[in-house]
Design a binder for this molecule. Structure first.
Ligand code: FEO
Length: 406
């Protein structure tokens, strides 16, 4: 099966889409059984072609073959490197070795240094300033610096004649969408969770910069008709694009506009699992959405999915144990990622179990002190649940229900 798809997005705008179905850990970190795409775009103009981003180097041979079917490499006037992370930039190395490749490479001033250090090649490079315009025949490109979406050198490119914004990581998603364009229905029903997961995993640490970038785009009043990221699907039409921009703002602000409870638990010997069963029984309501992530001797959920679900949760519950006079190691790791990627002012409840010393709750409190999370309640259980513990658990469940209602 071909791993590089070529599709015409609009007249004269072609996407080369690498379908990475075998990847297990994006950035060698995030579990993505849904796969991912790397999108590179070619814009044909009367004066030559412009290439936006490339693809991950492990696909570069097939990518270059596909690119040659779309355009004569001698005809590429510019390559716009919008972001230097190698999933987008590394096939530039292969291109730069080909005699017929003569394009000038455009990017953020910092990109020149990164081309040298990450790819080790010499290219004809021209830095572009924020707001700078470049004309090729009738085509006008406007470069918009978008620092930290996802690296400091990230830029967007606005193609004036198409009212199209090329955005690299921003507005991208995991998964291999069946179509190169996501309509509003697909976005709402299936795609949004992959987009949210990608947002938190990759850009979540830079949510303040996301808000700055969204404000900058709003001030530019570009009248966008197409948003074309370098992962996942593109978005066509004002309604879909407005929804995408709204979702991004909502995630960046860590808003919770729903009755969504996210529970994360670890359980070595079933004691915590029993607490979860009781708690779920107490909060069971049709209008409440509960997402449970578990780490047990039989099962481990994906950390990447947990982070993707937590950003728009109303309340978070963490159930875990003491281990080696500290908190269970997986919980510690999860908390570290939670604070790095999704640090929001959400209510968080902790329930800890212990044998002889509740070190877990002490350690979690220490970790949360540095966060924005509101520690809204704690329950410490000495292994087996007592009647008194059940009463306290019932009180906690009532508080959670109240929070979910408001
Ligand atoms: Fe998809 Fe930050 O690279």
């Amino acid at each position: 099966m071909e791993r590089v798809e070529v599709r015409e997005l609009l007249k004269d705008l072609v996407v080369l889409r690498v379908l990475d179905k075998n990847i297990r850990y994006f950035e060698s970190l995030w579990e993505i059984p849904e796969g991912v795409t790397y999108n590179s775009y070619v814009l044909r103009t009367r004066e030559g072609s412009i290439l936006f981003d490339t693809v991950k180097h492990s696909f570069s041979e097939e990518y270059v073959d596909a690119l040659k079917r779309v355009v004569d490499l001698r005809d590429i006037k510019y390559v716009v490197i919008q972001h230097m992370e190698p999933d987008h930039s590394s096939s530039l190395k292969t291109l730069s070795t080909l005699s017929e490749f003569r394009a000038e490479v455009l990017g953020h001033p910092l990109t020149a240094k990164l081309i040298k250090s990450l790819l080790g090649v010499d290219v004809k490079f021209r830095p572009v300033k924020d707001g700078e315009e470049l004309r090729l025949g009738d085509t006008v490109l406007k470069f918009i610096h978008a620092p930290w979406l996802h690296w400091p050198e990230t830029i967007f490119t606005y193609v004036e004649e198409l009212r199209a914004l090329m955005t690299c990581d921003a507005f991208g998603a995991y998964s291999i969408p069946p179509h190169v364009i996501s309509d509003l229905t697909y976005l709402r029903t299936q795609y949004v969770r992959f987009m949210r997961k990608y947002f938190v995993n990759i850009i979540g640490h830079y949510r303040d910069n996301v808000i700055k970038a969204l404000n900058k785009l709003a001030a530019l009043n570009l009248g966008l008709e197409l948003v074309a990221p370098s992962h996942g699907a593109a978005f066509l039409g004002t309604n879909t694009i407005n929804e995408v921009l709204k979702l991004y703002r909502s995630w960046a602000e860590g808003r919770s506009e729903n009755k969504k409870l996210v529970i994360l638990y670890t359980s070595m010997y079933g004691y915590n699992e029993e607490i979860i069963e009781k708690l779920l029984g107490m909060i069971k309501r049709d209008d409440i959405r509960v997402e449970v992530f578990k780490f047990t001797s039989e099962h481990r959920d994906n950390i990447s999915d947990f982070l993707g679900e937590v950003i728009d949760a109303r309340v978070i519950v963490l159930v875990t144990s003491t281990y080696d006079n500290s908190v269970f190691p997986i919980t510690k790791y999860l908390l570290e990622l939670l604070l790095a990627k999704s640090n929001t002012e959400k209510p968080l409840y902790i329930i800890t179990t212990y044998g002889w010393n509740d070190a877990a709750s002490r350690e979690i409190r220490n970790i949360l002190e540095k966060s924005k999370f509101k520690l809204s309640g704690e329950l410490s259980v000495n292994s087996l649940l007592t009647e008194a513990d059940l009463q306290k658990l019932s009180n906690v469940s009532k508080e959670i229900l109240t929070l979910l209602e408001h």
